[in-house]
Design a protein around this ligand. Structure first.
Ligand code: NAD
Ligand code: FE2
Length: 427
């Protein structure tokens, strides 16, 4: 599997034509209307649909005489049965291309539908892995509304397998969208906690691509640009969601980070985060954000020089400082950024009893697919995951021995930790 993954370092990866700026979703509609498709399937979620974020696109398609239908039922981490529903919908309406509008969940569901339609003999589970479909996916156009997964430029689609409480990854360069619009006007209503978590997902893509063993000068340039843009703009995007410039730069950062990791791949942060997502439905960006500082601290001895470069690009230090000082400044900078945008430091849903299995699955994913810069053992991975357990119940203060204070059940009731941001699934 790692061999197949390595191929991605060398095979040509197509890139979409990028349209950037407020109003670009309408321009994408205008362009696609001229491509001669019989009928387009717009794949999105109910929130996007209700917020009216499809309007510029659908107005332009209508004006251009294109026919389309909307499937707006995608939920976060789209599960297999929902994707099968999308496939049936596509067939029922005789579509011949897809426009994905939304976050990673809508874009990845679109990719899974597109590859499935082209390979009708294979079940979705059979398409998981590298290059499993014989035929090229049907054409996809993408409009990301989070910044983000970078899925508009990546070779991957992540979907949920609810029966196995896991996530499946389909990898095929032929699923990369043909055209993508980075339209900041669609992101101005993205709630701050989702802006924060998705922004750290993009940061994690850039950092893992940069410190992993498959980094190239090309992916380094993209990753460095993404890290610089994120440190400059994510706080503003969270605090002033309507700032179009910050939103546009975050969209660009997410796309650059996507281009970097689709070649150089990711690492332990993603391997662990995918397990949290599969088992507890932790939103992907949030799961990454909670784990990122710990994986950086663990990796530090082997990536000090790389982290030092990131620190300079993030303007956390200057290149006349010592490498070890800069590397530490980068880790501290990530922690400070996460604190400022309200990312919690622990995962409320995590249970001690689950840790061995979570670590095993994370290590399987990482060691069969990711070019990690420092090797974690099962024990090391368990210890790392243990660091994000919810805070232990504090010992009850010594009290006058009354019947109430000596009741074990009462004395042991855990005090609920107050997270800085909600860990519920975003709506
Ligand atoms: N394909 C890849 O390369 C890749 C990379 C990273 C992550 N992923 C996958 O992407 C998925 C996560 O995607 P995501 O983090 O973008 O979240 P998402 O698509 O699940 O969306 C999160 C929530 O934000 C809402 N939302 C999205 N855009 C909005 C907007 N503009 N305004 C208001 N609300 C909005 C959605 O309705 C949803 O409730 C996960 O399944 C993850 O594994 C894929
Ligand atoms: Fe990610």
């Amino acid at each position: 599997m790692k061999g197949a993954g390595k191929l991605l370092r060398f095979v040509p990866i197509p890139q979409p034509t990028l349209l950037v700026g407020a109003g670009s979703s309408g321009r994408l509609g205008q362009a696609v209307a001229g491509f001669g498709h019989t009928k387009l399937l717009i794949v999105t979620d109910a929130v996007i649909s209700k917020l009216g974020l499809l309007k510029d696109l659908t107005d332009a398609l209508t004006a251009g005489g294109a026919s389309f239908v909307v499937f707006d039922e995608i939920t976060p981490d789209a599960p297999i049965p929902l994707i099968e529903k999308g496939i049936d919908f596509y067939r029922e309406h005789d579509c011949d291309a897809i426009v994905a509008v939304g976050g990673g969940s809508s874009m990845d569901a679109s990719k899974a539908i597109a590859v499935s339609i082209a390979n009708p003999r294979k079940k979705l589970r059979g398409l998981a892995g590298y290059f499993k479909g014989l035929n090229a996916a049907i054409p996809i156009y993408a409009i990301p509304t989070t910044a983000g997964t970078g899925s508009e430029v990546t070779v991957a689609a992540v979907i949920a397998d609810p029966e196995r409480h896991s996530k499946l990854v389909i990898v095929d360069p032929r699923m990369v969208p043909k055209m993508a619009a980075l339209d900041p006007a669609l992101c101005t209503g993205l709630p701050a906690p989702i802006t924060a978590a998705t922004g750290i997902d993009a940061l994690t893509h850039a950092v893992e691509a940069f410190i992993g063993n498959w980094a190239t000068p090309h992916t380094d340039g993209l990753a460095l640009s993404a890290v610089g843009l994120i440190f400059e703009n994510l706080r503003t995007a969270c605090k002033q969601g309507t700032d179009l410039q910050a939103r546009e730069k975050m969209l660009l950062a997410s796309t650059y980070a996507g281009m970097a990791f689709t070649r150089a791949n990711v690492g332990y942060v993603h391997a662990i985060a995918h397990q949290f997502g599969g088992r507890y439905h932790t939103p992907h960006g949030l799961a990454n954000a909670i784990v990122l500082p710990h994986v950086l601290r663990f990796s530090l001895p082997n990536v000090s020089e790389r982290l030092a470069q990131l620190a300079v690009r993030a303007r956390l230090g200057t290149d006349d400082e010592r490498e070890d000082v800069l590397a530490q400044k980068f880790i501290d900078g990530v922690v400070a950024l996460e604190r400022d945008i309200g990312i919690p430091t622990h995962l409320d849903a995590l249970k001690e009893a689950d840790i061995p299995a979570l670590a095993k699955a994370a290590l399987f994913e990482a060691h069969t697919g990711y070019p990690v810069p420092r090797y974690l053992t099962q024990r090391g991975c368990e210890d790392l995951i243990r660091l994000v357990l919810p805070a232990r119940p504090t010992k009850p203060a010594p009290a006058t021995p009354t019947a109430e204070a000596t009741t074990p059940a009462k004395a042991k009731t855990p005090r609920k930790r107050k997270p800085r941001a909600t860990q519920a699934q975003p709506e």
